[in-house]
Design a protein around this ligand. Structure first.
Ligand SMILES: [Zn+2]
Ligand SMILES: [Zn+2]
Length: 383
C-alpha cells in the first residue's frame, strides 16, 4: 500500500495505539485524515520515548488519561501535505514536531522574554485539534485521541503547523530527533536560564536524559566542575561521558545532600539544575547554591500538589531560584540553531541514543525506560 500522492485524502498506516492505561501499545492500521486549515500532515521517520509518554500512559497522579490515544512527542519526519493557509512549511520539508508552539502573534510570542505561546501552549488534557475540536485519527470510523498535538507513534500524524520546526535538510533525522523534547529542555535550562560562567561549578540533580542534557550544556559553557547527584550509583560511569566530574549519591550520606554539596564546594555551587521533578530535590538544589550569586533552575516536572519550602532568609543572601519550560527555547525561532550546533560538532547527540528498536517492537522501549537502562531509545518507523 503506497501512501505517496495522497494529499487531500485519508491515509491508512500503522500506529501504536494505547487502548488502556498501562497496557502494552498495539500496532494497528489507522486512518489519518488530511490536514485542515493551519495544520500539516507529517510522515514520521524516527521517534523516541520520553518520560512524559510514560506519565500519560500510566499516570502517577491517576487522572486526566484519555484512551484510546496515540502517544509520542519526540520525533523527526518530513512534511507530507499542508492545509489551507500554511506558509511556514511545504511538502518535503524536514521537520521536528514539538509539543508546544509559536503562533508568532500572541503577547508571549511577541515578548523576547517568553516561549509560552498563549495559543499553542502545551495542553496535556486535550486529545483533539484546535480548529474543530476533532481528532484526525480513527479506526473503523471510531476516533482515536491525539497527544500533545504530536502523536508521533504513528507513521503519519497531523500537527498544528506552528508546532512544527523546519530544520536543515542535511541534518540526520535519526540523531536530531531527540532535540524535539528532552534534550532541548535540559540543554536550554543550562544555556538559556542558568547561564554558568566558564570555570564555574554546576550541580545537576537527576541523571536521566534531561539531567545529562543539562550537564552537556554545562560542558558547552566551559564549567570546570560538574557534580552529578543521583540515587542510582549505576548511572555514575555513563555520566562521565557527559562531563560529570564528581558524583554524589544522597543515600551514601547521613546528612542532607545540600550540606554535602556546600562542604564539597567551599560554600555552595554556582549553579544547580533540578531535573528529577521531586520537590525535595528542588529544595536541595536551591539550598546548595552559593550565596551572593548562586542560581538554581527547576527543570523537572513536579507533582500537581507539591509545594516548595525553604527559609526566606536564603533569598536575602542573594540566591535565586528560576523555573523553565522547554529550556526557554521559542521552538520555531530557536531550535534550528540548536540543530546547527549539532551539525558543527559542538553539541554531541550520539551519546544520548543508547538503544534502538524497530517500530513493531515499540513496547521494548517502554521496558528499557522503566528499568532505567536507556537514556533514549530510538524507534525506527520503517521496521
Ligand atoms: Zn518529552
Ligand atoms: Zn503565540
Amino acid at each position: 500500500m503506497s501512501n505517496t500522492n495522497k494529499a487531500g485524502q485519508v491515509i491508512k498506516c500503522r500506529a501504536a495505539v494505547a487502548w488502556e492505561e498501562g497496557k502494552p501499545l498495539a500496532i494497528e492500521e489507522v486512518e489519518v485524515a488530511p490536514p485542515e486549515a493551519g495544520e500539516v500532515r507529517l510522515k514520521i521517520l524516527y521517534t523516541s520515548l520520553c518520560h512524559s509518554d510514560l506519565y500519560f500512559w500510566k499516570s502517577r497522579d491517576g487522572g486526566n488519561l484519555l484512551f484510546p490515544r496515540i502517544l509520542g512527542h519526540e520525533a523527526a519526519g518530513i512534511v507530507e501535505s499542508i492545509g489551507e493557509g500554511v506558509t511556514n512549511l511545504k511538502p518535503g520539508d524536514h521537520v521536528l514536531p514539538v509539543f508546544t508552539g509559536e503562533c508568532g502573534e500572541c503577547r508571549s510570542c511577541k515578548s523576547e522574554e517568553s516561549n509560552l505561546c498563549d495559543v499553542l501552549r502545551l495542553n496535556t488534557d486535550s486529545g483533539v485539534m484546535l480548529s474543530d475540536g476533532k481528532s484526525r485519527f480513527s479506526k473503523d470510523g471510531k476516533p482515536i485521541y491525539h497527544f500533545l498535538g504530536t502523536s508521533t507513534f504513528s507513521e503519519y500524524t497531523v500537527s498544528h503547523a506552528k508546532c512544527v520546526i523546519k530544520i536543515n535538510p542535511a541534518a540526520p533525522l535519526d540523531k536530531v530527533c531527540v532535540l524535539s523534547c528532552g534534550i532541548c529542555t535540559g540543554l536550554g535550562a543550562t544555556l538559556n536560564v542558568a547561564k554558568p560562567k566558564p570555570g564555574s561549578t554546576v550541580a545537576v540533580f537527576g541523571l536521566g536524559a534531561v539531567g545529562l542534557a543539562a550537564a552537556e550544556g554545562a560542558r558547552l559553557s566551559g564549567a570546570s566542575r560538574i557534580i552529578g547527584v543521583d540515587i542510582l550509583s549505576s548511572r555514575k560511569e555513563q555520566a562521565k561521558k557527559f562531563g560529570i566530574t564528581d558524583f554524589v549519591n544522597p543515600k551514601d550520606h547521613d546528612k542532607p545532600v545540600q550540606q554535602v554539596l556546600v562542604e564539597m564546594t567551599d560554600g555552595g555551587v554556582d549553579r544547580a539544575l533540578e531535573c528529577t521533578g521531586k520537590v525535595e530535590a528542588a529544595i536541595a538544589a536551591f539550598e546548595s547554591v552559593h550565596d551572593g550569586w548562586g542560581v538554581a533552575v527547576l527543570v523537572g516536572l513536579p507533582g500537581n500538589e507539591d509545594e516548595f519550602k525553604t527559609k526566606t532568609m536564603n533569598f536575602l543572601y542573594e540566591r535565586t531560584v528560576k523555573g523553565t519550560f522547554y529550556g526557554n527555547y521559542k521552538p520555531l525561532s530557536d531550535i534550528p540553531s540548536v540543530v546547527e550546533k549539532y551539525m558543527n560538532k559542538e553539541l554531541e547527540l550520539e551519546k544520548f541514543i543508547t538503544h534502538s528498536v524497530p517500530f513493531s517492537e515499540i513496547n521494548k522501549s517502554f521496558d528499557l525506560m522503566l528499568k532505567g537502562e536507556s537514556i533514549r531509545c530510538l524507534i525506527c518507523m520503517e521496521g
